[in-house]
Write a protein that binds this ligand. Structure first.
Ligand code: SF4
Length: 317
């Protein structure tokens, strides 16, 4: 891993595409089956009105308008020439098939090298994957699917009203892998109902499944959400930032070193939040994680020794 503490996304992207690549967020006027009553009402307990992407352009702009506007800003600011069209907000495979095809095709502009589609495990169906496969075959564009899991602990998934369990995630991963697309999994490592054993199991499950990428977040609490109400009534407590840092490192130690790590902690807006990243900037926590790993000689994959018949390894040369 070239003395990297962990398998960094920025390095992996540069190796893959030969230059710096930036993500262009695209915001579609869509919803989520966990908000409209299809599999749940009200959404995940932490979900705000805007879904996940607080830095997006308004969804009244078309896909191509959003791409052009974002490229002219990000491209100029960072001198970037190639981009990933990132369908970030809500559930980007939750729509009729023809609409999905239209949106994906609208993102096929010359400087776009990859489509990244964020969705839920219960919204992966082969008909949608076939559309992506045809696009990839015809254009050579790369496809990656971002799956929100948050935790492999299905008791916690029920508590946070995810509207799916672990089995739906396993089904989605096995289906997507048949198409050869990259999979990025989102996890929240400080869910108050999870402990360090759950964090380790998260790492083991992603590793056993040979997931391509992972994105870690710390839980943040928005006003006007069920989680916000629980927080104000002190129905749960947050772990400390030191414990979060330890959980991230522990997770990385158990994680297959080949899995690319997109992020160690998420960014979140301050407005409308009751709790976000311990009132510390995300990059300070990010730096503290790296510093602690360096000081303690810890690195991604240090404890990745539990697959391929770990108990019979001693009989094998
Ligand atoms: S899956 Fe995403 S968009 Fe849907 S309710 Fe949960 S957090 Fe919100």
């Amino acid at each position: 891993m070239n003395l990297q503490l962990y398998n960094k996304y920025s390095v992996a992207l540069k190796q893959k595409y030969g230059e710096k690549i930036y993500k262009i967020p695209i915001n579609l006027p869509i919803s989520c089956p966990n908000r409209d009553g299809t599999c749940g009402i009200g959404g995940c307990v932490f979900c705000g009105e805007e879904g996940a992407g607080f830095e997006n352009l308004p969804n009244q702009y078309s896909v191509s308008e959003q791409i052009v506007k974002n490229i002219s800003y990000i491209g100029k600011r960072y001198g970037a020439k190639k981009f990933i069209a990132y369908f970030q907000n809500f559930t980007n495979t939750y729509m009729p098939l023809d609409k999905f095809k239209q949106y994906m095709e609208a993102a096929l502009q010359p400087s776009i090298v990859e489509l990244a589609i964020s969705t839920r495990p219960d919204c992966i169906h082969e008909n949608y994957l076939n559309i992506l496969k045809n696009i990839a075959d015809e254009t050579g564009i790369q496809i990656s699917i971002e799956l929100g899991l948050q935790t492999a602990n299905y008791h916690t998934l029920a508590k946070i009203n995810r509207g799916h369990g672990l089995a739906e995630f396993l089904d989605a991963v096995l289906r997507i892998q048949k198409y050869g697309f990259d999979i990025c999994t989102h996890l929240i490592l400080n869910l108050p109902w999870d402990n360090e054993v759950d964090v380790i199991e998260n790492a083991k499950i992603l590793s056993a499944l040979s997931i391509s990428q992972v994105k870690l977040h710390a839980l943040y609490v928005l006003e006007n959400t069920l989680l916000g109400q629980w927080y104000q009534k002190e129905e749960f407590s947050m772990i400390s930032v030191e414990d979060y840092i330890e959980r991230v490192i522990c997770f990385l130690e158990y994680l297959d070193p080949n899995i690319i790590v997109q992020r160690l902690i998420g960014r979140a807006p301050k407005e409308g939040t009751l709790f976000v990243n311990w009132d510390t900037s995300w990059w300070k926590i990010h730096n503290q994680i790296e510093e602690k790993m360096r000081l303690e000689g810890r690195y991604q994959g240090r404890l990745f020794n539990y697959v391929n018949g770990s108990s019979v390894q001693k009989f094998i040369q």
